[in-house]
Every structure is written in structure tokens, then in C-alpha cells.
Ligand binder design. Structure first.
Ligand SMILES: Nc1ncnc2c1ncn2[C@@H]1O[C@H](COP(=O)(O)OP(=O)(O)OP(=O)(O)O)[C@@H](O)[C@H]1O
Ligand SMILES: [Mg+2]
Length: 252
């Protein structure tokens, strides 16, 4: 049994005429954190979105190649995209809780998928909010609006919401770039906790963050995956000169 939960193979992606990903092949290892780094516009978010077909909603977006998840190419016509996005959830740069109570944010997905037993929903709320390291801060105010939370709390609530539908993989696109250092720390610690039960892929501009929290790192440049390796190798002893130049800040 391979320890890759996802295998990206020869992935090309176009926005209309413009090609944004070139022949990207990369594994995503189960119960690890994989970071995607590289300069602005290199295709990090594009690659992340390609992993759960979030790019389906972009007009004129076309994909070739495979993203293998559970022995199946997610781009095959048989894929149930809603089910796929339950299994591979996404956290965005800007926290985007629903304008409803803290509790309702977490029960929204499960209810949509047919869970309506009160006791089960309550247990799920507690479990997911504990899992996202927010419980101590909100257990007394589950009925209040999610919009009253701080940015960092909102982001952890979004993680709780993603967990509520029992995912296997959590994709995070610069989840801390709108947060202060303390809130950022909490999300980084949380990612470490989450990898015990889930697999995390995180896009980050912050190389210290990538080296602090990830097990594997992919360095991208102009739509290509230049190098993928264990994080310690990418930051300690990269094989490619481009990677070396990027991580040492000597980028022209
Ligand atoms: N919806 C879209 N339509 C057309 N082109 C797009 C779209 N989204 C991204 N692109 C283009 O694809 C390329 C890769 O963009 P992407 O957003 O993946 O980069 P990124 O590495 O995430 O950058 P950043 O670090 O700034 O977030 C860029 O040239 C961008 O302009
Ligand atoms: Mg991006």
C-alpha cells in the first residue's frame, strides 16, 4: 500500500489560452503536511484548486493529466464532485464563516448531507470545534454569530466547518496571511495536530512557515513544479539552483 493519499500525474491546466500549470507530477503523502511555495503567480493556488476540482467553477479552465485519489482520476466523468469536496476540503486565505451562529457553521454541511439528529449534531459540533482548537474560547457562546469572532478564531471555525463532513485531506491556501503572529501560531500548531488524523496541503508565501510546519515541500516557478522533496532537503540542500536562489532570497 502506497503512503500517497493523492498522486498528481502530468497535470496541465489552462485558463482560456493561457497555460498555468505545466506537466506537474507530485505525490501527497498521507498524514503529512505538504507545503507549496514559490513566487506570486507561479501557480500555487491553481495547483491547490486542481486537487479538489475547485477550478471547475472557473470559466474556460481546462485540465489534462491525472489527480489520482483512491485509485481513481478525480477528473474522470464518473467523479461525484460534491462527494470529492467533502473528502478534500478547502480553507481560504480570508476566513469566510457563514453569517450564522458558530454552531450552525459547523452543522451546516452535515445537515445538508442528511444528518438531523440533535444529539449527534451537538456531539459533532463539540468534536469539530475541539479538533480545531477553538473549544475553550467559544464553548459558552455557540449560539452567537460567527461574525463576532476574531479573524484567527474565524479561521479555526472554518477549519471546524471543513472537519464536520469528515474529510481526509484539507487544502489550505495561505490560511494565515490575514492573521497576526499569535493567531498564525495557533493555526500552525493546529496543522501539526490535524495531520495525525488528516492530510494537509498548504500554500504559503512564508518560507519560515513552510520550513517550520511541513514535512514535504514543492517549489513552483512559472507554472512548473521545479522541485519536490522532504522539507529539510528543500531548505537545507536543494537539488535545483532555482530552488536554492528562491529560498535564499536571491531571486532576480
Ligand atoms: N481565474 C483565472 N483566470 C485566468 N487566469 C488566472 C486565474 N487564476 C489564476 N490565473 C493566472 O494563473 C497564474 C497562476 O495563478 P495562481 O493564482 O495559481 O498563482 P499563485 O502562485 O497562487 O500566486 P499568489 O502567490 O499571488 O497567490 C497567474 O498567471 C494568474 O494570473
Ligand atoms: Mg495564490
Amino acid at each position: 500500500m502506497s503512503d500517497n493519499i493523492i498522486d498528481i500525474k502530468g497535470l496541465n491546466l489552462w485558463y482560456g489560452e493561457k497555460q498555468a500549470l505545466y506537466d506537474v507530477s507530485m505525490p501527497v503523502r498521507k498524514n503529512k503536511i505538504t507545503a507549496l511555495i514559490g513566487p506570486s503567480g507561479c501557480g500555487k493556488s491553481t495547483l491547490l484548486r486542481a486537487i479538489n476540482r475547485m477550478n471547475d467553477i472557473i470559466d474556460g479552465c481546462r485540465v489534462t493529466g491525472d489527480v489520482i485519489f483512491h485509485d481513481q482520476n478525480i477528473y474522470s466523468p464518473e467523479t461525484d464532485v460534491m462527494a470529492l469536496r467533502k473528502k478534500i476540503g478547502m480553507i481560504f486565505q480570508k476566513p469566510n464563516p457563514f453569517p450564522m451562529s458558530i454552531k450552525d457553521n459547523v452543522t451546516y454541511g452535515p445537515k445538508l448531507h442528511g444528518v438531523n439528529d440533535r444529539a449527534r449534531l451537538d456531539a459533532l459540533v463539540e468534536d469539530c470545534i475541539k479538533h480545531s482548537a477553538l473549544w475553550d474560547e467559544v464553548q459558552d457562546r455557540l449560539g452567537t454569530s460567527a461574525m463576532s469572532l476574531s479573524g484567527g478564531q474565524q479561521q479555526r471555525l472554518c477549519i471546524a466547518r471543513a472537519l464536520s463532513v469528515n474529510p481526509e485531506v484539507i487544502l489550505m491556501d495561505e490560511p494565515t496571511s490575514a492573521l497576526d503572529p499569535i493567531a498564525t501560531n495557533k493555526i500552525e500548531d493546529l496543522a501539526q495536530e490535524l495531520k495525525k488524523d488528516y492530510t494537509v496541503v498548504i500554500v504559503t508565501h512564508n518560507m519560515q512557515q513552510a520550513s517550520r510546519i511541513s514535512d514535504y515541500t514543492g517549489f513552483m516557478y512559472m507554472g512548473k513544479l521545479i522541485e519536490f522533496d522532504k522539507t529539510e532537503n528543500i531548505f537545507g540542500n536543494p537539488s535545483e539552483e532555482l530552488t536554492e536562489r528562491y529560498i535564499t532570497g536571491r531571486f532576480g
